[in-house]
Design a protein around this ligand. Structure first.
Ligand code: ADP
Ligand code: MG
Length: 288
């Protein structure tokens, strides 16, 4: 028979947007000292919209920048790809075929289009490869950038904006009241990460991290004595979700993240994490 408290907490959880896959992790939720949040799709809505298209080469119009970018992104599931494909659709730009498509994990995408080597990459990739960022380019607090390279020349860029979920403010504030630190961990650029961290009054942020570095960061926090919960939505987040003491997958994310995590946020609402923490405490009191 299922003990009464267990049955009760399961029913409560379902009503509150939590799918408990691993009961031990659920029961351990009262021990959480730090929650590591991934940004896109968890603290933010995860819906990128193209806010600006800039051409840096007179041979390529802004529509050409979108045409090449969308051609590349048709094979990617990243929210950036969804935003760029929507822009192409809005402008009635047809999708050009791409060959040899490859994802550059955590940095961008590449492929061959009309015989040219085309890449869409992060600011971090430009820095690593000593490609100078164009004059007049100003990083923005709220925008994520995709730089378009054609045969290794920087041709232009696309700026995309996402929005903080309204529920994120309450979530972070209530966690803080319960002595739980919130840390932002993201593959996105430092300017955007710093802004989200400041706006939500989080403890700290770690930006421009690659998937394998996400796992490392979780280990570092654990070695420093923290009991760590982590939220994630992407295929990329799976190793870190597995390493965390409690892995929380965001419902709208990838199946792989959901399979790895002990808990799923069914409605992708960060505020449901507060319920998790408070339930964990309440359930424990009833059991002892
Ligand atoms: P996170 O999920 O933490 O935002 P990702 O590892 O998914 O991080 O992506 C990190 C960065 O890599 C993005 O902010 C972006 O700059 C770049 N990137 C990843 N995938 C793509 C893509 N399909 N198109 C353009 N840029 C991408
Ligand atoms: Mg992600």
């Amino acid at each position: 028979a299922v003990p009464l408290v267990v049955a009760k907490s399961t029913a409560l959880s379902a009503k509150n947007g939590l799918l408990i896959k691993n009961r031990q992790e659920f029961e351990n939720s009262r021990k959480i000292t730090t929650i590591v949040f991934d940004k896109t799709g968890t603290l933010t809505i995860g819906k990128f919209e193209v806010s600006k298209t800039v051409s840096l080469n007179s041979h390529y119009s802004e529509n050409e920048i979108i045409r090449f970018s969308a051609a590349l992104e048709q094979n990617s599931q990243h929210p950036i790809a969804t935003g760029i494909l929507q822009k192409a659709k809005d402008l009635s730009i047809a999708l050009t075929p791409v060959k040899d498509f490859n994802a550059l994990t955590g940095k961008g995408v590449k492929g061959t289009i009309e015989g040219k080597e085309v890449m869409m990459v992060s600011p971090g990739y430009l820095k690593e490869n000593d490609i100078s960022i164009p004059e007049g380019f100003a990083a923005s607090d709220t925008e994520t950038f995709g730089f378009l390279l054609i045969d290794n020349d920087l041709i232009g860029y696309v700026a995309l904006s996402d929005e903080i979920r309204p529920e994120s403010f309450d979530a972070i504030r209530i966690l803080k009241q319960n002595n739980i630190k919130s840390i932002l961990l993201t593959g996105d650029n430092k300017t955007v990460a710093a802004s989200v961290c400041k706006t939500l009054e989080m403890e700290s942020f770690i930006a421009e991290v690659l998937p394998e570095q996400k796992l490392q960061k979780i280990k570092e926090l654990q070695n420093a004595g923290e009991f760590v919960a982590m939220t994630g939505d992407g295929v990329n987040d799976a190793p870190a979700l597995a390493q965390a003491d409690i892995g929380i997958a965001v419902g709208s994310g990838s199946d792989i993240a959901a399979e790895t995590a002990g808990i799923v946020l069914v409605n992708s609402n960060p505020k449901d994490i507060v319920n998790l923490v408070l339930f964990g405490k309440a359930t424990h009191k009833k059991m002892i």
